[in-house]
Write a protein that binds this ligand. Structure first.
Ligand code: FAD
Length: 411
């Protein structure tokens, strides 16, 4: 008899987990996936491209209906899980049904942070997380409309780009003194700002929002310094919060996210968490690659292997056409690290590589990001880069051509 396994959430982590588990242990579990969104799992990363009109929403589905059916996976989408009974080992659903489980996997993702500002409930204030948000943005912020995007991080900039492409007049408000400060150093952020402004998007830094104003709908955003920016719509993209309330209510340990160990297990045996809802060694990841790594490791474990998850190195790619930005690892550099910098602001090129103990530990690329994944692999593998160090900044083609090491030693 197959063991009943319930996955809560039908997002990117859940889809990857179902894929990996069915490859490794088809038939061992009777898998049910419960998802609140009323559709099949889709590639959320591509929502920015959908907003920008570069990809159709019909093209981002991760797996067709038949794929799930062929693997015997029961899909309950458009249905929220409302409670867990960890003793009875059952999940209650919004439609009144319940599902028994032997193993349970939380893959509930995150929610956009909604700041406690006056005016947040006004019509025209929109977040940017799922397909419904895209419909709302299209409905509220069309050509010629004035749109304020609160947040100059990856999501905010991708939203701003999509809106500007659709003809909206966009202003980005960012609390910090540079854009994407969590991924970029000062120089790359300056170049990014210039590129964004060249698209007609206004950027206001050090912008601390006091309130969103309006009577029956959004009319503007007022900053703490007294400035007001007129707006027909406001997109709030200031960050995410792991969706962990369901786990917390069930008595499962939650800090910022659902706390898991290296076996991706919570404090309750047989109950796991993967993706953005999870907190591993104090870290909640907000990117898809860690979610995929966790899904792979958990599937391996549940198919009987002793796999462990030790954390992920992060890389970021901004999806704004014509603006190539890549960042990975410890891009700021800590005490004792060295930097190789290649910069030509005239042609919009900047590369910073951070090295520690003969290994690449971080990289920021602006302009030419073609070698981003190669640098990322070097960071993740911890490979010794000393023999190619002279050419490292010039990219893979040159750095690998000047190998092997013995020639260099002889010289
Ligand atoms: C616009 C946008 C652009 C992005 N771009 C990038 C990028 O370029 N690179 C990158 O690495 N990452 C990017 N991300 C982040 C990436 O999409 C996430 O890291 C990834 O989706 C996380 O997968 P997940 O399965 O943990 O969460 P999700 O994909 O959010 O899935 C969670 C699912 O669980 C459902 N759920 C929650 N609670 C319940 C419940 N109680 N019952 C049933 N279902 C529930 C939710 O409705 C949701 O469908 C982007 C995100 C957005 C919004």
């Amino acid at each position: 008899m197959s063991e009943p396994l319930v996955v809560i959430g039908n997002g990117m982590a859940a889809a990857r987990f179902a894929d990996e588990l069915s490859k490794r242990a088809l038939g061992r579990y009777a898998i049910a996936v419960v998802g609140e969104e009323p559709r099949l799992a889709y590639n959320r990363v591509l929502l920015s491209s959908v907003l920008a009109g570069e990809v159709a929403s019909s093209e981002i589905e991760l797996k067709p209906q038949g794929w799930w059916r062929d693997r015997g996976i029961t899909l309950r989408y458009g249905c929220r899980a409302t409670a867990i009974d960890t003793d009875a080992r059952s999940v209650m659903l919004a439609d009144g049904e319940s599902l028994a489980f032997s193993k349970l996997v939380f893959a509930t993702g995150s929610q956009p942070i909604r700041p406690a500002l006056p005016g947040m409930a006004l019509p025209g204030v929109i977040t940017f997380r799922d397909i419904n948000d895209i419909w709302t943005i299209w409905h509220r912020a069309g050509s010629g409309d004035r749109v304020v995007v609160i947040g100059g991080g990856l999501l905010g900039l991708e939203a701003a780009y999509g809106l500007a492409k659709a003809g909206a007049r966009v202003t980005v408000l960012h609390l910090m003194d540079r854009l994407m400060e969590r991924q970029l150093d000062r120089q790359a952020a300056r170049m990014l700002q210039r590129a964004v402004e060249a698209m007609g998007i206004e950027v206001i830094l050090n912008a601390d929002t006091a309130e969103i104003s309006g009577t029956s709908r959004v009319e503007g955003v007022t900053l703490k310094d007294g400035r007001t920016i007129e707006a027909d719509a406001v997109v709030v993209a200031i960050g995410i919060r792991p969706s962990a309330d369901l786990a917390r209510a069930a008595g499962i340990a939650v800090k910022r996210g659902i706390v898991i160990d290296d076996a991706l297990e919570t404090n309750v045996a047989g109950i796991h968490a993967i993706g953005e809802c999870a907190e591993h060694r104090g870290v909640c990841y907000g990117l898809v690659e860690p979610a995929h790594e966790q899904a792979r490791v958990l599937a391996a474990r549940l198919s009987g292997r002793d796999a462990r998850y030790a954390g992920s190195v992060l890389s970021t790619n901004l999806k704004v056409s014509g603006v190539n930005v890549f960042s990975a690892g410890d891009f700021l550099g800590a005490e004792g690290t060295e930097e190789i910098v290649l910069s030509d602001p005239g042609i919009g090129l900047y590369k910073k590589l951070v090295i520690a103990d003969g290994r690449l530990v971080g990289a920021v690329l602006f302009g030419d990001t073609a070698d981003g994944l190669w640098y990322f692999d070097l960071i993740r593998s911890g490979a010794d880069i000393e023999t190619m160090r002279d050419d490292l900044a010039f990219g893979r083609a040159l750095a690998e051509r000047t190998q092997p090491a013995p020639t260099r030693l002889a010289a």
